[in-house]
Design a protein around this ligand. Sequence first.
Ligand code: MEV
Length: 439
Amino acid sequence: MTKPIQGFSKLTKEEKIDWIVSNYTHDAESAKIILKRYWNDDEALQNLHDEFIENTITNYYLPLGIAPNFLINGKLYAIPMAIEESSVVAAAGKAAKFWLDRGGFKTTILGTEKIGQVHFMFSGDADKLKSFINSVETKLRSEASDITKNMEKRGGGISKIELRDKTADLDNYYQLHCTFETLDAMGANFINSCLERFAKTFKQEALHFSEFDETEKNIEIVMSILSNYVPNCLVRAEVSCPIDELADNDTDANEFAKKMIQAIEIAKAEPHRAVTHNKGIMNGIDAVILATGNDFRAVEAGAHAYAAKDGKYTSLTDASIENGIFKFWIEIPLAVGTVGGLTSLHPLVKLALEILQKPSAQELMQIVAVAGLAQNFAAVRSLVTTGIQEGHMKMHLLNILNQLGANETEKATLTEHFKKNSATHSAVVEAFENLRKGI
Ligand code: MEV
């Protein structure tokens, strides 16, 4: 049985791999080859990647694809997407092309406010606490000025520090609920540093606040951390066109518009469908978030919280038909950055941002929201017309053929074959076996 290991992080990369091989994979040669084959020959580049996290043993590759032809507010973008799911980039490209011919995407920033909180316990007179906060706010700001001065020079910083009484939810629980403007930075480190400084100043100043009695002076700080729920860091993206213009190949425009509205209404009404509907949106969003070195866990958590903001989990997109115009839109909170973090470190993140013409954080919010809306349009359009499997399995075909060990000629023959035939898993296996047998 494998025993716990002490000091794993202190081992060299080779020693770590040896330990993994001898304790878990037990296939020394192949495991080493696989692990080493994914290292980069450029030592400096490999070191850079090794140092992103602790205990790196190799690199984990995902494809970086491009979805071109996105017309956003009159400007044409090619959107980089990092994702493993076969059909996502193709679907984004298709939706982009569809809307390119119908006026493109229009986007608006509805807010850029970030949030952080100092959570603390106070058992005493709430009015005295209020008067303490009023008296200490200037000091909280001035004591954090070494952290905020650069951000302030650029026009950002601490917007508001507010006391929130949460004692109805939890005995003695209060917050300093703080809002920030972090400009082109995602701002997590900036916000957390400010909050930790607030907490320190706050606790110290309480000891000298004359209105407090001895117990009240002893404010208990529990934690200081940003919130990934940022409902006022919000972007809207929209497409619209006269219903007649929705006609495409053999789709009837009116029938299609009606089905799209029904599909959205179902996602708005029913959480099981809403989760899958929103998952389709996140296919587009996460892929751009990942390609641009942003934090997809933060974006995911915030997006789903927003989807449940009215007490029931619902669709992040909406659609309407008014006066013969079909409109389809998304509103989604997105805390992203185009400076700091991985943006100037990871070569592919730099490349992705260059492809996007070095966007500001606000521009990136708009591009990401569009990727989500486009992805949702493509998915729902397939669902209400051909069904999802036709396109999905066509894109997944190469994965199945690779699993079966098909060579390049076999892949080309079978790709051609499945342009006209339905590509279920069993049909692909059968066609492959027949091809090998010469049938
Ligand atoms: C698959 O990754 C995403 C979809 O399930 C989204 C949807 O159902 O709307 C196709």
